[in-house]
Design a protein around this ligand. Structure first.
Ligand code: URA
Length: 247
């Protein structure tokens, strides 16, 4: 049985615990159609249905976000200097304790998942499950088949040797080339360092796919949506987790 305190559940509707208690006192909160008097009462999330001012409050186990990360924000929950990916989400989602799954550099754009589902998040970034991440990189200089072969062999960096990566040259020019690169690990600045080892500086980097899920083309930088049930089930399948029960 999944249990949760009523006031904790109500934070998922974007209110603080103190506000939740006041709303309960005012009779704005119903559980299974009846007013509740104790904000600390324990709910059975599989059975109980809660409404706040007539709107149902979600009792799902977890929340899953697909964000089109814009350039300029850091992948963190707080930062003293820069905006964070959390600033792209509405305040009403704060009650879910979402965390970014992995990390994109401040200047990197593209697909970032955020969730409070710690086990799934862990498996998506753990090298053990070898989830593919696909990046599109604009780099300096002409990228050649020789570069692709070296990525395929695994590039040795100062502190580790990268796993083989797949490089496809989309457009090659003398001064700049556009490439797609697929990696199965996510070490610090990895894609930039891999290109750096081949003598190419990364000018822009965009992540378009993670674990078989594409960034939704309808999302502009800074926009987000919830993952669909099919996408969540897919992520559970590829990380060898039991399918979530959507109730
Ligand atoms: N590799 C990088 O170098 N930067 C990113 O943001 C992601 C992968």
């Amino acid at each position: 049985m999944r249990r949760m305190r009523l006031d904790r559940l109500l934070t998922r509707a974007g209110v603080t615990r103190r506000e939740a208690a006041a709303l309960v006192r005012r009779g704005c909160v119903l559980c299974n159609g009846r007013p509740v008097s104790d904000p600390a009462c324990l709910l059975d999330l599989d059975e109980d249905r809660v409404t706040l001012n007539g709107q149902s409050v979600r009792t799902d186990a977890h929340f899953y976000v697909m964000l089109h990360k814009p350039a300029g924000v850091v992948t963190a929950t707080e930062d003293g200097r820069f905006g964070t990916v959390m600033d792209c989400l509405p305040k009403a989602l704060r009650g879910w304790d979402l965390l970014p799954v992995g990390r994109l550099d401040r200047d990197t754009t593209g697909l970032l998942f955020l969730t409070d589902d710690g086990q799934l998040g862990h498996r998506l970034i753990s090298p053990r499950w070898e989830q593919e991440k696909v990046y599109v990189a604009l780099v300096t200089g002409r990228v050649t088949e020789r570069d692709a072969a070296r990525m395929d062999e695994g590039i040795p960096l100062s502190d580790f040797t990268c796993r083989p990566a797949r490089l496809t040259v989309l457009e090659a020019g003398d001064s700049q080339s556009l490439c797609e690169v697929t990696v199965t690990e996510g070490k610090y600045h990895q894609v930039k360092r891999m290109f750096g080892a081949l003598g190419h500086e990364v000018l822009t980097l965009h992540r378009r796919r993670v674990a078989g899920i594409d960034l939704d083309p309808a999302l502009e930088p800074g926009q987000w949506r919830e993952l669909t049930r099919e996408e969540i089930s897919h992520l559970y399948a590829v990380t060898e987790m039991e399918a979530p029960d959507h109730g």
